[in-house]
Design a protein around this ligand. Structure first.
Ligand SMILES: Nc1nc2c(ncn2[C@@H]2O[C@H](COP(=O)(O)OP(=O)(O)OP(=O)(O)O)[C@@H](O)[C@H]2O)c(=O)[nH]1
Ligand SMILES: [Mg+2]
Length: 458
C-alpha cells in the first residue's frame, strides 16, 4: 500500500461550517488522537474508556477552563478514517474552537489538509477512490437528485459494477497470459466464445455509464437554459413567472432587457440555470447590439434553448423559418408561444397547427407548469433514471472512455482471431483504467489532486 511521510501524525480540523453556531465539532484522527485530547480533559481518563462512547467534561489548557464539551471516542479500525478518532462537540464560538485547536496542536496534533480525513479512510481501505470522491459530491450536493446520486456512489454502487467487471476480465487475462507461456504449442486456455460474450457485456455496461454522464453532469452542475426571442415576446415576464419574483424589468418598450440575467430554479430536483436575454433584432443602438450578440452567445452555450414568441404577432410561415434555423443550430430547444390570454380559443388551436409548439401565458401563469415538465423531459430522456447508477465525475468519464476504446480493440482482436499475446495488452489496458477509477491503480500526485478539492475537516 502507498504511504505518506505524515502517516503517523495526528490531524485536527473543525468539521462544522465556519461562523457561529450552537455547537461546533472538532475532529482528530491518528494514533495519538485519544492521548492528545486526554491531556486536556479534566474529568476522567479517556484512554481507558471503551470505543464508541460519549463523555461529558471540561477541557482545560494548563489551569484555564476552555469549555464544557462532549467527547466521542472511536478506536481504530472502527472509525471513519480507520484510525483512532476523537470528536469534540464544543460550544460553537469560533474563539472557543480556535482555543481547543491550539491546545491540541500544542500537545502534538497538526492541522489537517483539505480532504485528509477521507484520504486516510481511502488509504486504510475504508472507501475506494470513487466512493471517496462521492463524499465530496455529497457534501456539495444542493438538490435532491444530486444528493441521491452522490449517496448511491458513496455506498459503492458504481464501484461494485466496476469491480465485478474487473474481476471477470482478470480471470480471462490470467488465462490468456498463461497461453503466452505455451505459445509454441498453440493452445487456448481462454474460451473465445465466452470471452467474446464478456467483452460484449462489458461494452454495454461501460456505454450505459458513459451515456449517464450527460445526466450526471447536469445533476452536478445544473442545466443552462437560455430564453431567446424577439423584443417584447415576454422573455423577462417568463423568467419572473418561473422564479415567482419580479427579478427582471418588464415593459412594453421593445429592447428593455440589455444585459443577460441569470437565476437558478429547482424543478423536480434538477437545477436549471435560467438566462433571460436581450430580444434579438437589428438595431442602430450600440448597447443593444452588444446585448444581442451576448444573447446569441448564450444561445450557443445553452443546454436547452427556450425560443419564445408572441403568438398574437407571429405567423405560421415565419415561425417555420425560425424553426428551421433552430434545427440547423443543432440545439435542444422548446418552441413556446406566449400571450395566449390575448387570443380566443379557436385561433389558439388553428394558428400553428402541425408545428410543435407549447402555448402559454407568462403573465397569467397559464401552462407554465407544462413548460417546466417539458424542461425536465428534455433532460431525463429514455430510461435513464436518477435511481440508476449515474456518472457525475469527469475523471471517471475520461477513464470510462479509455476502457471503452480498449474493449473495442479487444473485440477487434477477437474478430480477427489474432493470437492471445496480441490481445493481452488491450485487456491489460482495460484493467488499468478500471483500476484507476476505484483507486486500485493510482499515483501520489493524482491522489493529492483529488483530495485537495475537498473541504478542510472532511
Ligand atoms: N397579455 C400578455 N402580455 C404579456 C405576456 N407576457 C409578457 N407580456 C407583456 O409584453 C410586454 C413585454 O414583456 P417583456 O417580458 O418585457 O418582454 P421581453 O421579451 O423581455 O422584451 P425585451 O427585453 O425587450 O426583449 C410587457 O408589456 C409584458 O407585460 C403575456 O403572457 N400576456
Ligand atoms: Mg426582457
Amino acid at each position: 500500500m502507498y504511504r505518506f511521510d505524515s502517516w503517523n501524525e495526528t490531524i485536527i480540523a473543525i468539521a462544522t461550517p465556519q461562523g457561529i453556531g450552537a455547537i461546533g465539532v472538532i475532529r482528530l484522527s491518528g494514533k495519538n488522537a485519544i492521548e492528545i485530547v486526554n491531556k486536556l480533559f479534566y474529568n476522567k481518563d479517556l484512554t481507558v474508556q471503551p470505543s464508541h462512547t460519549l463523555h461529558v467534561g471540561i477541557l482545560k489548557n494548563n489551569e484555564t477552563i476552555i469549555d464544557e464539551v462532549v467527547v466521542s471516542l472511536y478506536f481504530a479500525p472502527r472509525s471513519y478514517t480507520g484510525e483512532n478518532v476523537v470528536e469534540i462537540s464544543c460550544h460553537g464560538s469560533a474563539f472557543i474552537q480556535q482555543k481547543i485547536i491550539d491546545a491540541c496542536i500544542k500537545n502534538g496534533a497538526r492541522l489537517a489538509k483539505p480532504g485528509e480525513f477521507t484520504q486516510r479512510a481511502f488509504l486504510n481501505g475504508k472507501l475506494d477512490l470513487a466512493q471517496a470522491e462521492a463524499v465530496a459530491d455529497l457534501i456539495a450536493s444542493n438538490t435532491e437528485a444530486s444528493r441521491k446520486t452522490a449517496l448511491q456512489n458513496m455506498r459503492g454502487g458504481f464501484s461494485n459494477v466496476l469491480k465485478n467487471l474487473r474481476e471477470e476480465l482478470l480471470k480471462f487475462s490470467a488465462l490468456i497470459e498463461l497461453e503466452l507461456d505455451f505459445s509454441q504449442e498453440d493452445v487456448e486456455f481462454a474460451d473465445r466464445t465466452q470471452f467474446y460474450q464478456l467483452i460484449t457485456d462489458a461494452e454495454n455496461v461501460i456505454q450505459n455509464l458513459l451515456q449517464s454522464f450527460r445526466l450526471g453532469n447536469v445533476i452536478r452542475n445544473g442545466v443552462q437554459v437560455a430564453i431567446i426571442g424577439k423584443p417584447n415576446a415576454g422573455k423577462s415576464t417568463l423568467l419572473n413567472t418561473l422564479l415567482n419574483e419580479n427579478r427582471a424589468i418588464v415593459s412594453d418598450i421593445a429592447g428593455t432587457t440589455r444585459d443577460t440575467i441569470e437565476e437558478v430554479i429547482n424543478i423536480e430536483g434538477i437545477l436549471f440555470r435560467l438566462i433571460d436575454t436581450a430580444g434579438i433584432r437589428e438595431s442602430e443602438n450600440e448597447i443593444e447590439t452588444i446585448g444581442v450578440e451576448k444573447s446569441l452567445e448564450k444561445m450557443r452555450n445553452a443546454d436547452i434553448v427556450i425560443y419564445l414568441f408572441d403568438s398574437t404577432r407571429e405567423t405560421k410561415a415565419n415561425l417555420s423559418l425560425e424553426l428551421q434555423q433552430l434545427i440547423a443550430a443543432g440545439k435542444t430547444f422548446l418552441l413556446i408561444g406566449n400571450k395566449i390570454d390575448l387570443m380566443n380559443a379557436g385561433d389558439i388551436i388553428n394558428k400553428f397547427e402541425e408545428i410543435e409548439v407549447l402555448l402559454i401565458s407568462a403573465k397569467e401563469h397559464t401552462h407554465v407548469n407544462l413548460l417546466k415538465k417539458k424542461l425536465v423531459e428534455k433532460i431525463i430522456t429514455g430510461n435513464v433514471e436518477t435511481e440508476n447508477i449515474i456518472v457525475t465525475n469527469a475523471r471517471h468519464y475520461e477513464a470510462l472512455q479509455k476502457i471503452n476504446e480498449a474493449l473495442a480493440d479487444t473485440r477487434k482482436g477477437l474478430d480477427n482471431h489474432i493470437p492471445g499475446d496480441l490481445i493481452a495488452p488491450d485487456i491489460r489496458r482495460c484493467l488499468h483504467y478500471l483500476g484507476e477509477i476505484t483507486g486500485q491503480i493510482t499515483n501520489e500526485d493524482q491522489l493529492d489532486y483529488i483530495f485537495s478539492k475537498f473541504c478542510i475537516g472532511k
